[in-house]
Design a protein around this ligand. Sequence first.
Ligand code: ADP
Ligand SMILES: N[C@@H](CCOP(=O)(O)O)C(=O)O
Length: 320
Amino acid sequence: MAVYTDVNEAELEAFLRNYPVGDLLSYKGIAEGTENSNFLLHTTEGSFILTLYEKRVDKSDLPFFLGLMQHLARKGISCPLPVDGRDGTIIGTLAGRPAVLITFLEGMWLRRPQAAHCREVGKALAELHLAGMDFKMTRPNALAIAGWRELWEGARARADEVEKGLAAEVDADFVLLQKNWPTDLPSGIIHADLFPDNVFFLGNKLSGLIDFYFACNDMFAYDLATCLNAWCFEKDFAFNLTKGTALLAGYQSVRPLTDEEKAALPVLAHGSALRFMLTRLYDWLTIPDGGLVIKRDPTEYIRRIRFHRAITSPREYGLQ
Ligand SMILES: Nc1ncnc2c1ncn2[C@@H]1O[C@H](COP(=O)(O)OP(=O)(O)O)[C@@H](O)[C@H]1O
Ligand SMILES: N[C@@H](CCOP(=O)(O)O)C(=O)O
């Protein structure tokens, strides 16, 4: 459930007076999502999403996230567009939180994506990478190796509660990844969390990308590796080669990978799986049960890490 902050009608109407969105007809909290409180609004001018930013989003990062959405939308990427306030600002305050209105995207996220959808996602990711190239603002990836270490320090002592032997496994991963992590691959703006719940489809056609709140500057191929993890494993943790082939082909139909990027794919996929395992593990161990935050299962990503450790060639992901 992702409505951490309640909003009453009177304060919402007062907030909306600053935006050219007409009169409020109805609003309701959206149960999905993890980080922020989201509401669906219907007004006399259409539908909008109201986001109240909660503790885990640093307010000083908001101009980057919102500026990026504006930039990408201008470049033809289908993503939400922040609505400008009449006073010239985008970010307002509602119920004591920074709050923003963004345009509503039609579509639904896919619970069971198929290879054809993976191809579409690969294409959309590459288009995003190209469109972000002339975005002027930058944001370092807070969840690069140094950030993983911090999470690990907070979770290591209790890691074996989740799976016996996990602490030793992850310690070994850090040594390996630190040694082999690439530093000079093509980089730019990445989405950094392009999971199925952040990609909308209308029928089989991709209709838009949402949730840019992990976006940052990092290696393009790292973003692609994150998608391999999020889109191409089955529920039984088997890697689906057909989906991997489709995702990579979709990406390369827009932005061909360099030889160096291809060679780095296994280490990037391994590192990305570790990153998501660590955020999940940290939440799993530190957030009390029964609270509002959805705790995602870290073991799903332990399985992926083990798969990547055993890879001997990037062709095993479906690279042609
Ligand atoms: N622009 C949008 N158009 C339509 N629905 C949206 C939009 N933005 C968010 N949503 C809805 O809100 C949910 C949570 O949004 P998301 O940005 O993923 O939240 P969080 O950052 O808290 O994870 C999405 O799954 C979707 O249902
Ligand atoms: N995709 C991450 C969690 C982030 O959640 P989101 O709702 O903000 O996309 C994971 O699966 O661990």
